[in-house]
Ligand binder design. Sequence first.
Ligand code: FEO
Length: 394
Amino acid sequence: MEAVELKKGIYWVGAIDWNVRDFHGYSTPHGTTYNAYLILDEKNVLVDTVKAPFYLEMLGRISEIIDPSKIDVVVSNHVEMDHSGALPQMVDRIGDPTVITSERGQKGLAKHYKKPLRWKVVKTGEAFSIGSRTLTFLEAPMLHWPDSMFTYIKEDQLLLPNDAFGQHVASSQRFEDEAGGEVMKHAAKYYANILWPLAPLILKKVEEVTRMGIPIDMIAPSHGLIWRKNPGRIVEAYVDWSRGKVGNKILVIYDTMWGSTESIARAILNGLVEERVEARLLHLRSNHRSDVIEEMLEAKGVLLGSPTLNNGMFPSMADFLTYMKGLRPKGKLFGLFGSHGWGGGAVKEMRKVLEQEKFEIWEKELSVQYVPDPEEVKSAIQFGREFARKIREA
Ligand code: FEO
């Protein structure tokens, strides 16, 4: 697959990872891309690189357009190795390019690669002329790491925001308007699993960019498809997700040992459906944690159910809560249910985790001993109905 020109003299020269299925704990059933961009001007610039094993794939695309030794500058917007992994080899191939990065980027790259480079450290608002174009840098700490920065090319109204606005999807298309309707779903999963804890910073960054009044015609992130047709729609989606804009959707997330917690979960779901709220039943060993988190992005209520195992919650629920608490989903009301044999403990342990993390918890809870009888099933339906009313009224 060839390099792709996205603006006159600006090319996508990245790599497509069709086979990756796990991205540090995030399931990537559609693979991903590592996007790097080549800008031809009086100074030729490469913005970001790719994951180390894809160095030759990127080099091949660059070589279709230019002798790689003619690159003068490499911009490293982000230290994480999916973007900087091929940097040492690329620098060796070029010769001695200037490497532009943020102050934290310089420290992070030095620590990763222990390689003397011709650094140019930049700060927010700093401009760098490359001939007919000017690159402007905007530090974006924690989007995704402290070192992250955006590069903006004002003459092309092109924003290269690295991880922000990306999606984990491998595709033969490069632009979101070519790729069908799934792109927002991929973008939502990416936001929920990577950027959600940074929601307040995202809102500040969007405000900052809006205040700067920079026109944006295209957004080319470091993963997935390029936002060409209407880049405003992904920015608006980020604002909505970061503000916690949701409908009345409720999730029932559970695991089960001998089927009792599942019976309660289904009865609760029936109660939710009777109240005509949108509801989803998610079994933790049938749904990857990163898909459950994506569902949570647009949910207002979350009911968590676990059987008791050795006086505590089931391991899959512990795994899920560990993952979820790091992502700090805000503005949800949590309810708890489960089943037990003798001492109990699952509901108590789930409550403890949620309390420690200061999540909002519904005061009612439900735990059934051994196998639920018809009265207990009725109580579970009622439990679901009450939770749905609480969510609708909130
Ligand atoms: Fe795609 Fe934070 O790296």
